[in-house]
Design a protein. Sequence first.
Length: 640
Amino acid sequence: MKYRLRVEIVSFKSLASLSTGKYLLLGNEAIARGALEGGLGFAAAYPGTPSSEILESLVSVRDVLGIHAEWSVNEKVAFEAAYGASLAGVNALTAMKHVGVNVAADPLMSSAYTGVEGGFIVVTADDPSMHSSQNEQDNRWYGLHAYIPVFEPFDAGEAKEMTKYALTFSRSFKHPVIIRTTTRVSHTRGVVELGPIPELRSKGRFVKEDRYVVMPANARGNKVRLLSKWREISEAVNDAPFNRVEGDGRVLVVSSGNAYGYVVEALKHFRVRDKVRLLKVGTTVPLPKRLLIRAAEGVERILVVEELDPIVEEGVKAALYDVGFRVKVRGKDLVGYEFELNHVRVRRAIAEFLNLGYVGPQARPQPRDGVPARIPTLCPGCPYRPLFFELRRLVNQEKMSYIASGDIGCYSLSYNPPYRMQDVMIEMGSSIGVGYGLSVTTDDNVIAIIGDSTFYHAGLPPLLNALWHGSPMVVLILDNEVTAMTGHQPAPSTKGRDGTRYIPAENIVAGFGIKFIEVVDPYDVKAVRETVKKALRYVREAREPAVIIARRRCALEAVRDVRRAGVEIVPYVVLDDKCVGCGICYDWFLCPAITTKEGRKAYIDPELCVGCSACAQVCPTKAIVPLKDYNKEEVERFWR
Ligand code: SF4
Ligand code: SF4
């Protein structure tokens, strides 16, 4: 009799009361579940793809399970909050994308010195191939750098078990643990077997100890204790259930994380699974050396397959050298350094390593795998579109020498044509910091463009600096009242969600002492133009920053609420007899709902149009009108 395994996709929240069963969870949901099963009491994060669903999941169950789960203003603050909770003995987690760890690196380095009291997990979700990131840094280096163990799951099922284990491991060694995932693990669903969630505790007690005060005298003692603990941890990882030797043979393949799955499939593909010894490494920092040496005994050569940097490869070479093994270790020379791994790359590497004469598709590391390029664009109804349209029109018409200093968020899409309103963009908060440097070293008009969430995250210190030193710069805060690009997590600009407080940007900048502060509606293109011109005049004369806050809700949020309220969305249409085919609406304004038809006349797709009305303002012949009369005020209230 054949049984079919039935595995369901369900909401994370609906699993909160279950302690058995198999469900299809995202890797990120599996981490959240593992943390709960491990006794989590406190979680804090700043959103960033591919990590965001971890805290999303925990927020969805916080009231049911009585834990604390919060979105913090940046990764450093999230880290510090979770670290503080763990000092009180509460099991804590913080999660961020790989570049977020750079923001949190300062407390991260010292947290290994002080140690913790409750279990403390730092999840870094790395992004090989940079699907939504500015670089593809391999954060396993942070573990090596900071003396913090790094656990690397290869699928959702292991991610859950590993997170649960990591909390206990961390608690028993009183030491932070990094869990490192990559996009494929974070965003792929896999079968996860649920276990019981113990009674969760979000309150603890802080016992004062000198080691928590990292004055030099205490820090020196901490370093000695840290190294001693590191030796114990290095020994303990040999017994971690995620490190194991599989199969046997005269050649050894060592693999970790996502790469392990590719290796297993490649060995099956070549029908050599039983001829190859395979060391699966779940704790890449520190390596399970005892296990490695046992696995390497008697083998003729070794291949290390891992994604991005040669962390395991270098560790394997060093460990074997230390015990006198002189065996050829290959890795990055066959696998390649850059971009995500895939089946073809791993098969090629294994075939070459095993002399299998494989002829298959070429497997050079590729940033894209044949998918046609598609320029990412702002959503229909996005409040930033009319703003960028008007800014572009202004600088063109005035033949203005300007530098648009950009930042990370939806508005980074304005780098693309036709707006081209990002000349430099490095990291969160850099628009104001880099803009400051440019404003004092050039004669150009510097316009720093930053979103609301990014402003709270990392924009405050550079703005303070710019004011302090008198920087002639216009700072444009694009306030759509949410952290939109990562999935609509709340920010201090979000009005009344989660019982948190609304803290408008103008209150903060007024507190700094900024004198020029204006709030405009980005849909009002005339007001945008006049305000930007006025601000540029002001900064030239006053030699200090001016702040413009362009405020209107994210279109996705507003439209969702309009629909929920049962209010009809009236799309806009183009009047053929009035349209002269000038192209302003489809070549320059570029709403995805607007295309062309014969005679270069414009056409609005009613399925995509959200009735925002912005395009009607930019049409010179007034050819764009609502499909029918409607109460504009009734709809407008959802956008404010
Ligand atoms: S902006 Fe107006 S006139 Fe120009 S193509 Fe669009 S609808 Fe036609
Ligand atoms: S009203 Fe115009 S700008 Fe707004 S969504 Fe529709 S087509 Fe796009």
